[in-house]
Design a protein around this ligand. Structure first.
Ligand code: BES
Ligand code: MN
Ligand code: ZN
Length: 464
């Protein structure tokens, strides 16, 4: 979708011109008064389409209700524009203009809503889906739209990567992608180097697969960084469960178990364009979890990079093992804050559904700030507890800990496990996107498939 900023939407030659109307307000736009019928009240989500019969260069007007003007925010604009764009897609039109009149500072969410709704993963379809090809935005703040363009690009990139089958998005492929991101320095460690670094937990997970593991360290730097942070993404290119193999139905979507790393790659891609004044390390421990003669086994005892030992209770609790070493590595980088993002537990999905991601950490203020950035960018987080009892359940008779506890409270248990690998003086937050990363049916502005969970929140956190 080509995006252009224009001055006057009433002069735009396009298939559909989208305008908004507020409830209980006479004029949102003179065009509403001219074209919409009197009974179009502008209630939240209400849509009205009419032919202009050549009274305007635009062929049709689509008016969308925004509800009460006092309630307007980014989420309302993004979702209503997405709804309008879906209607345009159903009408099979190609060029669309949007004019929000006086609300010029909502160009960003309007663009995002349009871009999210216009997305389809149809790379492997011989017959491509219909798409809006050109989008004109009138009366918008240039700078905010430019920033939203970058966010929309990263989001699309992350969704594409997570939608790719495991045969395409291999650990080596993720490494190659990381190495090609403009303005980012990337180091990739192979199996030999990973061994030397003492990442025994990560290596164990990778053992059963023919795909060789890659530890990816990306760095965005600037002259005088105000802060140094690290962001880590779970990079399980496929999670079969390992020897504790998953049932077929649970394995179906496990190509998405690298959604956390797709998010990190998307965010790193945005940084060179947005140029924040902080140093950002992007870290991915990429591998596959497969059953085979060389696979790690229940009962194995692993040593992580910080020297702590782990008894393997279940080979399907593999994400936390890869993250354990990634967290140890990140904490050695002289960073103030570390965030990891992972499709970590089915338990989190059971608790919060596909609606919200779980969030935990070692500093409530830090966790709250991320929840806030999420809210502002349209992503929901719900804080889960970090109580000692969850950790007690993971005590092992033969090692420092087991990699799982009881069946219950699994998201918090996983959080407590990760905490063992975080240095105390580092602020740390863990985002569990198991439920939110991949949709089996559409939800709000999103269609089926990968959502790019975390991209918007992390970019907002880094920029703001
Ligand atoms: N990748 C899965 C978690 C997951 C489940 C993500 C559903 C997305 C949708 C993770 O590696 C896993 O298998 N977790 C186990 C942990 C258990 C063995 C303690 C789970 O949640 O069942
Ligand atoms: Mn698993
Ligand atoms: Zn997994």
């Amino acid at each position: 979708m080509d995006i252009k900023i224009i001055d006057d939407a009433s002069k735009a030659k396009c298939d559909v011109l989208i305008i908004n109307k507020f409830e209980n307000k006479q004029t949102s736009s003179e065009l509403v008064n001219r074209f919409a019928p009197e009974n179009f009240e502008g209630k939240q989500g209400q849509i009205f389409v009419i032919h202009t019969h050549d009274q305007l260069p635009a062929q049709r007007i689509l008016a969308v209700g925004f509800g009460e003007e006092k309630d307007i925010d980014n989420n309302i604009v993004r979702e209503n524009i997405a709804k309008a764009i879906k209607k345009c897609l159903a009408m099979k039109v190609k060029t669309v203009a949007i004019d929000l009149k006086t609300h010029f500072n909502y160009g960003g969410p309007a663009l995002l809503g349009a871009s999210i709704a216009n997305y389809h993963f149809d790379k492997y379809k011989t017959k491509k889906e219909h798409r809006i090809e050109e989008l004109y935005l009138a009366n918008v703040d240039n700078e905010l739209v430019e920033r939203a363009k970058v966010v929309a690009e990263s989001l699309k990139f992350a969704r594409n990567l997570a939608n790719e089958p495991a045969a395409f998005a291999t650990p080596s492929k993720l490494a190659q992608i990381a190495q090609n991101i403009e303005g980012i320095q990337t180091e990739v460690f192979d199996e030999e180097k990973i061994k030397t670094l003492g990442m025994g937990a990560f290596l164990a997970v990778a053992k059963g697969s023919n795909e060789t593991p890659k530890f990816i360290h990306m760095k965005y730097s600037c002259p005088n960084p105000r802060k140094k942070i690290a962001i880590i993404g779970k990079g399980l290119c496929f999670d079969s469960g390992g020897l504790d193999i998953k049932p077929a139905s649970s394995m179906l979507t496990m190509k998405d178990d690298m959604s956390g790393s797709a998010c990190i790659l998307g965010v790193m891609k945005a940084l060179n364009k947005l140029k924040p004044e902080i140093e950002v390390h992007g870290i991915i421990a990429a591998c596959e979890n497969m059953p085979s003669g060389s696979a790690y086994k229940p009962g194995d005892i692993l040593t992580a990079m910080n020297g702590k030992t782990i008894e393997v209770d279940n080979t399907d609790a593999e994400g936390r093992l890869t993250l354990a070493d990634a967290l140890c590595y990140a904490c050695k980088l002289d960073v103030e804050e570390v965030i990891d993002i992972a499709t970590l537990t089915g338990a989190c999905m059971v608790a919060l559904g596909t609606v919200a991601s779980g969030i935990m950490g070692n500093n409530d203020e830090f966790v709250s700030s991320i929840i806030k950035y999420g809210k502002e960018s349209g992503e929901k987080y719900w804080q889960l507890p970090m109580w000692q009892e969850y950790r007690d359940n993971m005590d092992s008779d033969v090692a420092d800990m087991k990699n799982t506890g009881t069946r219950y409270g699994g998201a918090s248990a996983a959080g407590m496990f990760l905490k063992e690998f975080v240095t105390d003086n580092v602020k740390w937050a863990h985002l569990d996107i198991a439920g939110t990363a991949f949709l089996e049916k559409g939800q709000r502005e999103f269609g089926k498939g990968a959502t790019g969970a975390g991209v918007r929140t992390l970019i907002k956190y880094i920029i703001d």
